[in-house]
Every structure is written in C-alpha cells, then in structure tokens.
Write a protein that binds this ligand. Structure first.
Ligand code: OVM
Length: 401
C-alpha cells in the first residue's frame, strides 16, 4: 500500500541534534538533513525533523496540523507533565492563543515599541561609551548580556534587585525544549529559587505602573484576560525576552568581528544596520529550533507522518537552505535576509521582534559611531544550549574611532 511504501522509504538519520558535537557545529548536520529529504526520521528520539526552508515554513504556517499545545519542545505534554505550567501563548493553540496573542500583539506593536526608542538609544550610548573607554571588553557579559538585562526589565517594569535570576531562568526555559540531557540537568540545578523569584515578579503588585507588564494587566481591566492569565503573560516576557536578544546581540558582535569588511560597510553606511541584524539572524540564528506536534496524519513530500508525532523544525537550517538562498553560507549585510525563519512565521511568529530589532539597532548605531574594528584575538567560547546558539565569552579588543 502507498502509505506502507512511504513509511518504508522515509529517510532515517542517527544524528543527535542535542549532542555537544552537533551543537558546537550544527551546519554540516543541517546540510545532511536537508539533503536526506523533506522530512527525516531521527531514530534516537523517535521524532521527525525538517530542515528545508519550504517545509519549515509550511509547517509553521499550518498550525491546525502542526500544533503547539502539546509543547514546542521534545516533551509531549499529553504524555508527560510539563516542568512548569505551559505558556498560554507559546504552548497554546487557538482559541486560547488567539486571545492572548491579540493582547501582546498590541502591546508590542512597532508603533508601541517605538516609544521606547529614546530610552533604548540613550542606554546604548552610555554603555558603548563606557566600553570604548575600557578598550577591551567581553562582548557577552559586558554588552550582549548587560544591555538587554538593563533595558528590557526596565521596560517591563521589573524592580532592579534579583535580575541575576533572569539568565538562569532563560537557560532553564530554552534547555527544557530539548531532552533531559546534561544541559537540561545543569540548567535545572537551582530551579526552585529561580522560578520563585520569576513568579514573584509577575503579579500586578510587583510591576511598575508605567511599564509593559502593567499594560498586560490593563487588558484584565478591559475584560480581555483573567488576572492569573496576565501574570502568565508577564512570565512569557521574562521567559522569551532576555536570552533570545542576549544570544542575538552576541552573535551579531561575533559576525562583525569575524567579517571585518562587513563591519566597515556598516560604519560607512549606517542605513545598512537594520538589514545587517536580519542577516545575523539568518546566518547565526540565536534560536535554532522549535518543535510542533501533529494533530492528524499528514503527507510531507511523499512521506506519511502519523498523528501525535513530534516534529523538530530546524529554523537555522532553513536559513541556509540553498533552495532558498544564494550563497547561503556567506554572511552579507547587503542581502535581503527577510524571510529567514529565526522569528518563526504564522500565528506564533515572534511577537517581540520589534523589541529585538530596537535593541540591536540602538547598540550597533552606537558602536558604528565609536568603533573602527573589533579584533577577535582568542577563540571565543561557546555556551551550549538545547535551543539557543551563542557564546559564553567573546574577548573583544576594539579600535576606537
Ligand atoms: C513563553 C516563551 C518562552 C520561551 C520562548 C518563547 C520564543 C515564549 O513562556 O511564552 O518564545
């Protein structure tokens, strides 16, 4: 029968996408999976994987077939209890998702976020001026972490004390999308106190009156959300809003140091800064993967997927698919990089992308005024994570303007 035939001919791979070797250098493995077929069976985990741009995009767009409510990590919420109450936006389907998403779409719209621009630019100028005086800095701790940890919690309206919990929490969240491996266990080592701190910051009483967090509670007053749902959406801000931009800014710095002629192009023409960040997101995606779960049997390129099966979507592999991109392995700030899958697409496409773009534009505009070049003297050290790709340390001596 046709379906047996398809099952028999499914491409199979022994790759472990959460092994250290894979996470250190995923790109050859991405290519192998793209070339294996439109969908590949990863036998170690008993899951499907998609690495081509077309199939990743189509799956993200078809939320009826590829749902999020069973979790967007390896764990199937229908079979094992989630490590925390599921996110009511990320790990939800319509109609719940539609209601929560509408609130955050409004609060995080480009026009609403533009109100933050003056503050974000001032903070970027202050930080970069300080780093340039130092002559040498760690691109991760001193910039990629320091900046989002200042401006984003300020914007949400979180008090200053205890912010050292935000990165450990992000590490828990993003490692938890993978298997319960060494990275997961390390991230969860101090889970209790970190979670308690996070949850204590999510209530109406804990939030500044003029921040993005309180805007969520205004939606309660308008009858759009329940009080506990508002707290859960503040938790989503604190889960999704820090590590993603930390890794993104770190990867951007790495690209500018690694490809100095591209940095020169930006300095000479700051109008390229906005597109350059999109190219960083395409080329070194801070968020590498997300899962979906099938709600029914479905055909993908002639291969039959069953119902209730996990599908690993390689956003970062789609971003370098030669079927979609010219010279996919070349970092080129002048290319049209929009259409990359790093923000996802469809109903779950990144709701905070205006914040991410604002942070990168503020930082790289400030750097472009003051830094002629970065020099990668030593090998940067990677920080491995089951979902995120980025660095632990980026020692960057810089040549001031
Ligand atoms: C959330 C959440 C957590 C991590 C990532 C994310 C990329 C959302 O808690 O809603 O979106």
């Amino acid at each position: 029968m046709a379906s047996d035939q398809a099952t028999l001919s499914r491409p199979v791979s022994t790759i472990d996408p959460f092994s250290h070797a894979f996470l250190h250098d995923p790109y050859p493995h991405h290519e192998a999976m793209r070339e294996a077929g439109p969908v590949v069976w990863l036998e170690q985990y008993g899951i499907w994987a998609m690495a081509r741009h077309q199939e990743v995009r189509d799956s993200l767009t078809d939320w009826q077939t590829f749902c999020s409510s069973a979790g967007v990590g390896l764990s199937d919420f229908r079979k094992e209890p989630p490590w925390r109450p599921p996110s009511i936006i990320l790990e939800a389907d319509p109609p719940l998702h539609t209601r929560t998403r509408a609130v955050l779409t409004r609060i995080l719209s480009p026009a609403a976020i533009n109100v933050l621009r003056t503050t974000f630019e001032r903070e970027a100028e202050l930080l970069v001026a300080r780093l340039v005086e130092q002559r040498e800095f760690d691109g991760v701790a001193d910039l990629a972490e320091a900046y989002p940890l200042k401006v984003f919690p300020d914007a949400v309206g979180i008090s200053g004390d205890g912010r050292e919990n935000l990165l450990p929490y992000g590490s828990m969240v993003f490692n938890s999308f993978g298997p319960r491996n060494d990275l997961f266990n390390q991230a969860m080592a101090n889970a209790g106190p970190v979670r308690e701190w996070i949850m204590s910051k999510c209530s109406r009483a804990a939030l500044a009156p003029d921040g993005l967090g309180m805007l969520i509670f205004r939606a309660v007053d308008a009858g759009e959300l329940a009080e506990d749902e508002a707290g859960m959406l503040v938790r989503s801000f604190l889960s999704a809003g820090i590590d993603t931009t930390v890794y993104g800014l770190g990867n951007a710095l790495y690209c500018m140091a690694r490809y100095p002629e591209q940095w020169t192009a930006l300095r000479e023409n700051p109008a390229l800064i906005r597109g350059a960040f999109e190219e960083v997101l395409r080329f070194e995606a801070p968020v590498q993967t997300f899962f979906r779960t099938t709600t029914k049997a479905v055909d993908v390129g002639g291969v039959r997927l069953g119902e209730g099966e996990k599908v690993l979507l390689f956003l970062a592999a789609a971003n370098r698919d030669p079927r979609r991109w010219d010279r996919p392995d070349t970092f080129d700030v002048r290319r049209r990089a929009t259409g990359h899958m790093t923000f996802g697409t469809g109903i779950h496409g990144c709701v905070g992308q205006a914040v991410a773009r604002l942070e990168s534009e503020a930082i790289f505009a400030a750097l472009a005024k003051r830094v002629v070049s970065f020099e990668l003297t030593g090998e940067p050290r990677r920080r491995l994570n089951n979902t995120l790709r980025g660095f632990d340390t980026l020692p960057l001596p810089l040549v001031p303007a």
